[in-house]
Structure formats: C-alpha cells, structure tokens
Design a protein around this ligand. Structure first.
Ligand code: MV4
Length: 449
C-alpha cells in the first residue's frame, strides 16, 4: 500500500479521496491554489502545499508544480480525482516516469479512450454495438455528406478530441451540412486544439445509460449495474439514479455481459465508465468511455455497499480485484447534484455560506466540501454537494431524497435545490418516464407557466 497519497484536486472529490486513503492507512497531501487556502481539503489532509494562483491552468492543471509538490512531500502516489488532469495521458505518463504511481488506468488506456473516434472503432472490435456512422475521422464536408446520405439524416458531428458534448453539432438535412461542418470544426479546434470530427446517426428520445467497470489489469474485470443519467442540462448531469427505471433485468444482464467482455478484451485497469445511448426501441450503443472516478459514483457504491475509491487505490498499489463476482446490488439510489447557482437562470452564485445544515439519517449520504462561513471561490465549477438517498424501492428513494432536500438549509448563496424538488415531484419523473430530452421540455414548460 502507498504510504502517502497526493490529491491533485479540490472540493468534495478531494475529501472523498482523503477518506479512502485514511481508511487504507495512507497519509494525504492536499494541493491548493491561493484562493483555496481555507478550503476544507487543505484543512483535513495531513499536509498541504500551495501550487499556484486561482486560475486552474496555473495551479490544478499545472503539471510541473504538482509533481514538485509530490517530490517535496515525498508522496508515492497521486490521485487525480475527476476533471482537471484526471484524463490527461501525459500527466499519467510523467507521474510514472517520476516514480510516482498514478491512481488510474495506464496512460495508453487514457490516450485510447481520449480519442473518441479511435475508442469507437476499438470498442466495435471488442463487440460493443456502436451507432451507425463514419469508420474514421471525416476529412471534409463532402465526405460527411456522402456518409450522411448513406445512413440518413439527422446526423451528428462530434469532435474526436471532445467528449461530454463540446463541439457537437446536429445536422438535420444536407442543406446545412457544409455550414455545420465548419462550425463544428472551428469549435473543436478552439476547445481541444484539434479539429478532427467523426459522424454518427443522431438518435432522438434516447437514454443516457452508463456502466461502471473495475479491473485490476490482470484479467479480473467486473461490470456493475447501470446508472441512468438522462436528467441533464447542457450536457451537465443534474440527477442520476441506479438502477435505471427504463432497463429490465434481462436487458441489464446482456449489457453488463458485453461491457465486461469489452473491458476484459482491453485488460482494463482501475475504474472506468462506459457510456451508452439506449434508444426508444431499447437498442444500446456505445458512445464513449471515461477513465476516471465519476461524480456520480456514490449511487453505485450505495446499491452495492462497496467503496470503489478504496478499491481503485488498492489496485493502483498492485492488488488484485477484491470484489467478488457474486456481488449483488440491492435497492435503489438517487443522487442530486446541488450546485451553487440560481435555480431560475443557472447563473453561478459564489460568495459566503452564512448558514449550512445538511440532512442525515439512514440511507442518506452527503458528499460535500462546504462548511459554514466558507467563502466559495468563483474560479471553479459550482458543485456544492451531492445528496444521495438509498431505499428498498425507487418510490421510497424519491420520497427519501425529497425529504432530505427539504431539510437542507443553505443561506448566503443560491442553490438549485428548488429545481431538484420540482423534478422530484414531476409526474413523468415519478413514473420513470423520461429520456435525455426531459430537462429541455421540463424547463420550456416552466418558462411558459
Ligand atoms: C449523441 C446523441 C444522439 N445521437 N449521439 C451528448 C454528450 C456526449 N457524450 C454525446 N451526446 C449525445 N450524443 C448520437 N449519435 C445525443 C447526445 C446527447 C446527450 C447524451 C447524453 C446525455 C444527454 C444528452 C443530451 C443531448 C444530446
């Protein structure tokens, strides 16, 4: 086991990693930017070290400074959390060449999955169904037009270096292909420094479903029950649940089996998430894979009663997968992402937290780095807390998380709790009748009220 783990992150995920490291008997190092001097991760880690100014590119994304911090504090491993450097293959590589273990997959896997076009081709070879589309990056608009003609409109152009929705354009007919192609190319170039695009048939009314995998790189891989992530706005997930109300047991077993085989095929090591679209006819298609711990990992931990971050650390330290093949999920878990933002217009709301009461009780979990009188910096994402509820049935989980959110009190800044409460009372949501278009329709209806 590692003796000291440096956490190259901040906020709730930094605390999540501190917790796992402590339980495993490892010391922890918090890195922080100048505005995070009083942030909770710096107060709860065994040591803290400043890595630069507020701007993420000069601190949490600053590879030389983070490696220096690891050398100064004699950390033997780095956990990147999510976001920031978590999926940067160069970072994983320089950690390893500096003799510091990177707690994540090998750089080669991160690099492969980071190229969304290559990942798509490789996963097709691993027998995962993919959405009909181009066999490679599309060189120009006329090639895109040829492919689109063949598979039929609407189609979607995606950035090969992208993921998570950036640089995507839907094209509804040949008439706007040329224009959309150049917009998508420019967006991709501006966002990722790489203009490469690939093309897929656009599926509407689909569900965003993802499968967690855990592998030890020695042939042991486990794929777990799905997470339903269709409640999102502008590609930012808002609420996730596990299992999905849309997936039945037979279908679930089939998805888990093919994902497990694909992860096996590439000797997957560490935590990973395979993202799928599931269309109205319940056909599933691989979209992309994330090579990090995800924000929504707690719902999987709740239904399985496991600690995935501890497992991830142990595997990075050379252990075999300790979860048994007979691991069984039970009950239903829902996570609400509480953002520091105006529930009406989604404008971030930074500033001082004057008062804070979080919920508790059986089946409730809160992952947060917030505390009373803390001044929330405006330099980073607005995730303030994750409130998770687990109960025997979906309906009970809905009632439990609603109650928990009603008992949460946050004064000083605005939050999206009112938005969550209105989603949780929506009759379509309660019936489990929703897809990735749900939030757009829901917000339209609210606006016109
Ligand atoms: C799609 C799609 C429909 N058809 N691809 C959005 C995030 C990125 N990971 C891929 N995304 C989509 N890709 C095809 N071929 C619809 C989306 C999409 C979406 C996906 C997941 C969750 C919410 C979404 C909202 C709008 C569009």
């Amino acid at each position: 086991m590692f003796s000291k783990i440096l956490i190259a992150n901040r906020g709730e995920i930094a605390l999540r990693i501190i917790r796992a490291a402590r339980e495993l008997g490892a010391k922890t190092v918090a890195v922080y930017s100048e505005v995070d001097n009083n942030s909770l991760h710096t107060l709860l880690a065994d040591e803290k070290i400043c890595i630069g100014p507020a701007k993420a590119s000069e601190s949490y994304l600053n590879i030389p400074n983070i490696l220096s911090a690891a050398e100064i504090t004699k950390a033997d491993a780095i956990h990147p959390g999510y976001g920031f450097l978590a999926e940067n293959p160069r970072f994983a590589e320089v950690c390893e060449t500096s003799g510091i273990s990177f707690i994540g997959p090998p750089a080669s896997i991160i690099r492969l999955m980071g190229d969304k076009n290559r990942a798509r081709q490789e996963m097709a070879k691993a027998k995962l169904p993919i959405i009909p589309g181009s066999d490679n990056v599309v060189e120009d608009a006329s090639e895109a037009k040829r492919i689109a003609q063949k598979i039929g409109y609407p189609v979607i152009l995606k950035a090969a270096a992208g993921g998570g929705g950036k640089g995507m354009r839907i094209v509804r007919s040949a008439a706007n292909l040329e224009e959309q192609f150049s917009i998508a190319q420019n967006e991709a170039k501006a966002a990722f420094g790489d203009h490469s695009l690939y093309l897929e048939k656009y599926l509407s009314g689909a569900h965003h479903i993802e499968i967690q995998v855990i592998g030890d790189g020695r042939g042991n891989v486990l794929a777990l029950t799905e997470r339903e992530c269709s409640i999102q706005r502008k590609y930012q997930k808002l609420l996730e649940e596990s299992p999905s109300p849309f997936i039945d047991e037979k279908y679930r077993r089939k998805m888990i089996k093919v994902v497990e085989e694909a992860a096996q095929f590439m000797a997957y090591k560490s935590l990973g998430t395979f993202e799928f679209l599931v269309d109205e006819r319940k056909k599933f298609y691989f979209m992309e894979a994330n090579t990090r711990v995800q924000v929504e990992h707690p719902i999987t931990e709740m239904v399985y009663s496991i600690d995935m971050v501890k497992e991830q650390i142990k595997i990075a330290a050379g252990a075999r997968l300790s979860f048994s093949r007979s691991l069984q999920p039970s009950g239903h878990a829902i996570e609400c992402r509480i953002n520091a933002e105006d529930a009406e217009n989604f404008v971030p709301s930074a500033g001082k937290l004057d008062f804070l009461v979080f919920p508790g009780g059986e089946g409730i979990r809160v992952d947060s780095a917030a505390y009373c009188n803390w001044v929330i910096p405006s330099d980073y994402d607005s995730l303030l807390a994750k409130v998770v509820a687990k109960a025997p049935t979906r309906l009970e989980a809905i009632r439990k998380i609603r109650t928990a959110l009603e008992m949460t009190t946050i004064v000083g800044i605005k939050t999206n709790i009112p938005l969550h409460l209105s989603i949780l009372s929506n009759s379509d949501f309660i019936r489990g009748n929703y897809d990735i278009q749900f939030m757009d329709k829901f917000l339209d209806r609210k606006k016109n009220q």
